[in-house]
Design a protein around this ligand. Sequence first.
Ligand SMILES: CC(C)(COP(=O)(O)OP(=O)(O)OC[C@H]1O[C@@H](n2cnc3c(N)ncnc32)[C@H](O)[C@@H]1OP(=O)(O)O)[C@@H](O)C(=O)NCCC(=O)NCCS
Length: 139
Amino acid sequence: MLDAHISPEGTLSLQTIAMPADTNWSGDVFGGWIVSQMDLAGAIHAERFSKGRCATISINQMTFLVPVKVGDVISCYTKILKVGNTSIQMQIEVWDSHDSSRPPKRVTEGVFTFVAVDVKGNKRTIAEDLKQQFLQHAS
Ligand SMILES: CC(C)(COP(=O)(O)OP(=O)(O)OC[C@H]1O[C@@H](n2cnc3c(N)ncnc32)[C@H](O)[C@@H]1OP(=O)(O)O)[C@@H](O)C(=O)NCCC(=O)NCCS
């Protein structure tokens, strides 16, 4: 499990509502749907950061903490953990903020890695000034 903090960490990169079409036979939302929202959120952040296209190369440490139900408003928070030559490692947390009378709860978390790619899909080097920007922000 990632850090046991009690409020979202990182940038709000995507917010959406779980719909009936996203559920399995028992009425809970498919884990795959949640993972795809996380992937989109991470890609949005990685592409903004690296100023270009990114592709997902790995998904690690996925933990589904609480089931998501139809009508839940989920918020995906993304935080860059590490920037390499071509890769960006990202912590992605999903919080359910459906019920405004109660504090939001973390429902899923994971670590995704994206690779910066060019228009042909070949990896590209992340600019040095962006790496420095990240290091300054992180310290
Ligand atoms: C992304 C892609 C172009 C990378 O090319 P590649 O030759 O495989 O790249 P490399 O093996 O040199 O790895 C590139 C970076 O990813 C990192 N990486 C590779 N495999 C990894 C893994 N399993 N987990 C985490 N990072 C990984 C490498 O360490 C390297 O990081 P660095 O440059 O910051 O040091 C290629 O793998 C690809 O096209 N994959 C398919 C992507 C895709 O279709 N994703 C799903 C839909 S978006």
